[in-house]
Design a binder for this molecule. Structure first.
Ligand SMILES: Nc1ccc(Br)nc1
Length: 462
């Protein structure tokens, strides 16, 4: 009881008179396992982040699209042993339809591009910030949802598309104060890897599942990867060793030499890979890129250049990842191969990175004006004042109950982060005036202006 009274007193002091909750409420108050609530304080940061995503995509001419979080499971039925398809948050709905909360956005994008194929003029430059889902055994304790900024270009065969994607990602990083001292982007090519691994003895049909296994290298180490290459991908021991040797190539020259020694001529894949670095230099962000022969990414459908942004200190999981997926649209029904590439950029690791760097923005709650009715019968006039100020573009928090003491109105204004407070009192109002105080300065310096009612829509300018 004493604790409850103490809490109540604290709340009263803060001006926010809350309410008591039962020790054992009849409903759980936390969100489902692995999911997040975004209270207003949290959502101001999420909005800040999404605004940066929107700004970077808009700066490069990408168009925003969206789609239902619910998709048919058939969109993700790939047999390459990917985690993303084995952890679908799926169910059978009332119509007997096998559906799922989408685990990723690219298949939806492909479905939508095909759905309007006859009317789309290529290239499509589309982006979205979908919430994506996975269902994991609770003991892993990992999150089951995240928001993932997706940026994609459909219809461009040239690696200039990959470079445009990388440019958009770098634009975002710079917009949040991240430099290439904090983050770099690994680049590789599945086309080159495919040629070299085929020469090393990896059957074409095993290439995608082998990439899914190789993608685990950083997480489970070479021994465990080699074991999976033997047990899961059924590769002979000598081939598995050759595969790992390819990934150990320290640079592009070493990979080129290894390719040549394996009888793989310098094909389109290597030329594309080199073009990525050349064009990135032309774009001014070549110093953000780093060739990495061990980069394969974990999605089966990548077919060409792949890339992944990582924190240079190596303390965090991948920040962003993407690549070319030229065969996905024909897999879903396009009569010809439709070139495509894109990336996914999660909302969590980037926030961890900014937090660690002390670069999260300070985003206090704020409004322009609190309008405070002097008494209950001034509530109507206070609404008139609020409407006038809003007509001029002001963000107005109208107090919905008059406070007996002016101090309580000032406390409320401070709590909501108001820059000004407008008192609506009977005497001034009867003379067509409102008492306006500037809260941004200390009490003694506070200007007090009596505003005419018919000037309210220009009040803030004044
Ligand atoms: N695909 C996926 C979905 C949700 C989360 Br959290 N991570 C990955």
């Amino acid at each position: 009881r004493l604790r409850a009274e103490e809490e109540q007193k604290k709340r009263k002091l803060a001006g926010g008179v809350g309410f008591e909750v039962m020790q054992q409420p009849p409903v759980k108050l936390e969100p489902p396992s692995g999911t997040r609530d975004f209270y207003p304080d949290d959502y101001r940061l999420q909005t800040w982040l999404f605004d940066k995503f929107h700004a970077a995509a808009r700066a490069s001419g990408f168009e925003l699209f969206d789609a239902p979080v619910l998709e048919r499971q058939e969109l993700y039925k790939r047999k390459a042993g990917e985690e993303i398809t084995s952890q679908m948050y799926g169910f059978v709905d009332g119509d007997g339809e096998e559906v799922t909360l989408r685990p990723e956005m690219t298949p939806t994008l492909a479905r939508m591009a095909l759905g309007r194929a006859h009317s789309q003029i290529l290239p499509l430059k589309w982006y979205s910030i979908p919430q994506c889902w996975r269902y994991e055994a609770i003991q892993r304790g990992r999150k089951r949802e995240h928001y993932q900024w997706n940026v994609d270009i459909i219809g461009c065969r040239s690696v200039s598309a990959e470079v445009e994607l990388l440019s958009t990602a770098v634009f975002f990083f710079k917009s949040v104060g991240i430099t290439n001292a904090d983050v770099k982007i690994k680049v590789n090519s599945r086309k080159v890897m495919g040629d070299v691994l085929a020469a090393a003895g990896v059957p074409t049909e095993s290439f995608a599942p082998v990439c899914v296994i190789l993608d685990k290298l950083d997480k489970i180490g070479a021994e465990a990867v080699e074991e999976q290459l033997l047990e899961v991908a059924k590769l002979p021991a000598d081939v598995s060793k050759r595969v790992l040797a390819v990934l150990a190539c320290p640079n592009l020259d070493a990979l080129r030499t290894l390719a040549k020694d394996s009888g793989v001529s310098d094909g389109e894949g290597m030329k594309d890979l080199e073009s990525v670095f050349e064009l990135a230099n032309a774009y001014g962000f070549g110093d953000w890129l780093k060739f990495d022969a061990s980069l394969v990414r974990g999605l089966a459908y990548y077919t060409g250049v792949v890339f992944e942004a990582f924190d240079v200190r190596g303390e965090l999981r991948a920040i962003m990842g993407g690549g070319r997926y030229d065969r996905l649209l024909s897999l879903y029904g396009a009569m010809t191969e439709v070139p495509a590439c894109g990336f996914g950029f999660g909302d969590c690791v980037i926030v961890e990175l900014l937090k660690e760097r002390g670069q999260l923005p300070h985003l206090p709650r704020n409004v322009d004006v609190v309008v405070a009715p002097f008494s209950a019968d001034m509530q109507g006039p206070a609404m008139t004042v609020a409407a006038g100020l809003r007509a001029g573009g002001a963000r107005v928090d109208l107090m919905l109950e008059a406070k007996k003491k002016a101090g309580a109105a000032f406390d409320y204004a401070n709590r909501v982060g108001a820059e000004y407070i407008a008192f609506v009192a009977p005497n001034e109002f009867s003379q067509g005036k409102v008492r306006f105080k500037d809260l941004r300065v200390e009490d003694e310096d506070r200007k007090q202006v009596d505003l005419n009612l018919n000037e309210l829509d220009r009040a803030l300018d004044a």
